[in-house]
Ligand binder design. Structure first.
Ligand code: PEP
Length: 257
């Protein structure tokens, strides 16, 4: 049985003080310390790098995991502007979002670089959340599955079968991110099903059935239930709606059926 995962991507939003306040209010809403966060789900918050220490303090004693929005694969060295897995782990970071469409399309990250980051995360015992997704042009050209499968195959090239269960995939259609245009649950399920099929061919059914596949792209309290009701949608990666404690608390409490 896969646990649902609800992951907040704050992107380049919130000062450390604002992030701390949001976590305090989210915790008050969720009361995870009282174990009301049901056992079938996990929650993760990924602040900007500089917000991580304050977020770590605000999350102390909570079952909510701390994530980062990127990580380099080397431990240290001449990589200006990058952050290493060990630096993140110092503050208790356990998850890292990799290959987000903004990294791919605004900052030019390639599948090759992303696959090194995924391998680096696994090698350093961080859980990578590998993001894949087609642009509007690719969707309109009927190339959704081709695009997503190619990104996935390239992104996972360096991952051994024995490590595959530690990867989380996020299907995020680029046309749905921050646009208010969510994929229909049927479209998302079709792509998630194809992703599960590829994982099955690559790693075998047993491992494929343990890998979580999140949906991301304008997830809100109003559409999350119908998304996670689908058999291969194992939670959500949430941008805009994670910046408000009430909305994110409602999303985290999604009812799968
Ligand atoms: C994201 O940033 O990964 C995302 C899905 O954003 P939004 O929820 O705002 O579409």
């Amino acid at each position: 049985m896969r646990k649902l995962l609800f992951a907040a991507n704050w992107k380049m939003n919130l000062t450390p003080a604002e992030g701390r306040a949001l976590i305090t209010s989210l915790r008050a809403n969720l009361d995870p310390d009282a174990a009301t966060l049901s056992r079938d789900r996990e929650v993760m918050i990924a602040p900007p790098f500089l917000g991580i220490p304050a977020a770590a303090q605000a999350l102390a004693g909570s079952s909510i995991a701390l994530g980062a929005q990127n990580a380099h694969f080397e431990a240290k060295g001449a990589f200006t502007g990058e952050i290493s897995p060990a630096m993140l782990q110092f503050f208790g970071v356990s998850h890292v979002i990799l290959g987000h469409s903004e990294r791919r399309h605004i900052f030019g990250e390639t599948d090759e670089l992303i696959s090194k980051r995924v391998a680096g995360a696994i090698g350093n015992r961080l859980t990578p959340i590998l993001c894949v997704g087609e642009t509007l042009e690719q969707r309109d050209g009927g190339r959704t599955l081709e695009t997503v499968i190619a990104q996935l195959q390239r992104g996972l090239t360096a991952i051994q079968i024995s490590e595959a269960h530690r990867v989380v995939i996020a299907y995020e259609p680029v046309w749905a991110i921050g646009t208010g245009r969510t994929a229909t649950p049927e479209h998302a399920q079709a792509v998630h099903g194809a992703i599960r099929g590829l994982l099955d061919e690559t790693y075998g059914r047993e491992i494929a059935s343990t890998i979580r596949i999140l949906y991301g792209g304008s997830v809100t309290p109003d559409n999350v239930d119908s998304l996670v009701a689908k058999p291969d949608i194992d939670g959500a990666l949430v941008g805009g709606a994670s910046l408000n404690a009430d909305s994110f608390a409602r999303i985290v409490s999604a009812r799968a059926g």
